[in-house]
Design a protein. Structure first.
Length: 393
């Protein structure tokens, strides 16, 4: 057995040795879902597990109370393993972030066990608020990725795939302002803000017929008034606007704004749009790292192909922003049947069952082995850096 294979076997064995710990952490997070920026229990569980193995941890890192960073090693390259652990309203870990966090923990612990011999460095980052809030974007701005040579995470889904089809997204809140009046006694004195919101919703529905197939706009009316016999003086809607990259997103946002303004004018209401401070970029996957990941997946009996339109999952993530800073990958690991979509109650159940457990263990192994490639095969790191220099604007 050569040195590369020896280290890969050792990190896989280290993960197997910690199976009960990693599955236990996954189940603990799954049973206690927490929303963006409120992941205090998950933060405690994960940092306690890292510290229990003698790894130095900074809790509440980069100005975020539920972020953390743990470091081991003094050599190069420095590989970051990213953990997500926020959940969704009502449907908990229906995106499987309990699996992401536990797989990241497993990879980090295994790599820390061999890092001094291998000569690299490993950083385990806890990144809150992926489901809204852009924890990674805030951490980027605070310098979290300075000195990082490569970053990775693995996301559960209904298939094994080397890269998720990620597109840029920008959330916004649209507010409408009218005049209240008694809806029966003096309707002529009112200007209905809810009408502005509903006309805007329908205007966007018409716009959707004329946007590209890889663009998305979706939203909800978050406030529609207070009582049916009062003409609503205030209404609001939350929207997500998505497009393949930030440049095309800017064009779509302009079209989106114009149709909403037209609808507000038709309802004789004022309108304001507040764009979230943390737009998510598209993902620039490192094909060199993807190749290493896919090869390592095959040793575990998993096939992780490149998306080709027939085997893709489209979405948005603040990991895209990370990919503009350092070479990165965001593969998906199968933990549910093909027909079970993420962000559903059905997927939430699989994330806490045995198939989710296997995703934790296999995901940890595939990331750890990929980090070994980056540490011990100079050609992999060199190709990764060269590709990044060519790919990132």
């Amino acid at each position: 057995m050569n040195q590369l294979d020896d280290f890969k076997a050792r990190v896989c064995a280290a993960i197997d040795d910690r199976r009960d710990l990693l599955v236990g952490v996954s189940h603990e997070l799954h049973a206690n879902p927490e929303l963006a920026f409120d992941e205090h229990h998950a933060h405690q569980v994960l940092t306690d597990a890292l510290e229990a193995e003698g790894i130095s941890v900074e809790r509440g890192a980069y100005g975020l109370p539920t972020a953390f960073v743990a470091r081991k090693g003094t050599g190069t390259p420095t590989v970051a393993i990213l953990c997500e652990y926020d959940a969704l309203p009502q449907i908990g870990h229906a995106c499987g972030h309990n699996i992401i966090a536990s797989a990241g923990l497993g990879a980090g612990l295994a790599l820390a066990e061999v890092v001094e011999e291998a000569g690299g460095s490993v950083v385990v980052m806890g990144t809150p608020a992926e489901e809204g809030g852009g924890g990674k974007v805030i951490m980027i701005d605070a310098g979290a990725f300075d000195g990082i040579d490569a970053a990775m995470m693995v996301h559960p889904g209904g298939l094994d795939i080397a890269a998720m089809t990620t597109i840029a997204v920008h959330p916004c809140t649209v507010e409408y302002f009218g005049d209240a009046s008694h809806a029966s006694a003096a309707p002529e004195k009112g200007r209905n803000a809810l009408d502005g919101a509903i006309l805007g919703y329908n205007a966007v529905a018409a716009l959707r017929q004329h946007i590209a197939s890889d663009e998305r706009i979706h939203g909800i009316i978050s406030h529609g008034g207070d009582k049916p016999n009062i003409v609503p003086k205030y209404a609001a809607a939350d929207w997500l606007v998505r497009s393949p990259d930030l440049a095309s997103l800017a064009i779509l946002k302009d079209r989106f704004t114009k149709v909403l303004q037209g609808a507000a004018d038709a309802a004789l209401c004022e309108m304001s749009i507040t764009w979230n401070d943390t737009p998510y970029s598209d993902m620039i996957d490192s094909h060199t790292m993807i190749g290493a990941y896919a090869a390592n997946a095959s040793t575990l009996g998993r096939t992780a192909p490149i998306p080709d339109g027939h085997n893709s999952i489209m979405g948005s993530t603040d990991m895209g922003n990370v990919s503009y800073e350092v070479p990165s990958i965001h593969p998906m690991i199968k933990v549910a049947p093909d027909d079970i979509a993420i962000h559903t109650p059905e997927f939430e159940r699989y994330a806490g069952e045995s198939s989710g457990d296997e995703g934790v263990i296999d995901g940890a192994k595939m990331m750890a082995m990929t980090a070994i490639d980056l540490w011990l095969d100079p050609s992999v790191m060199a190709a990764t850096q060269a590709e990044f220099a060519r790919s990132v604007p």
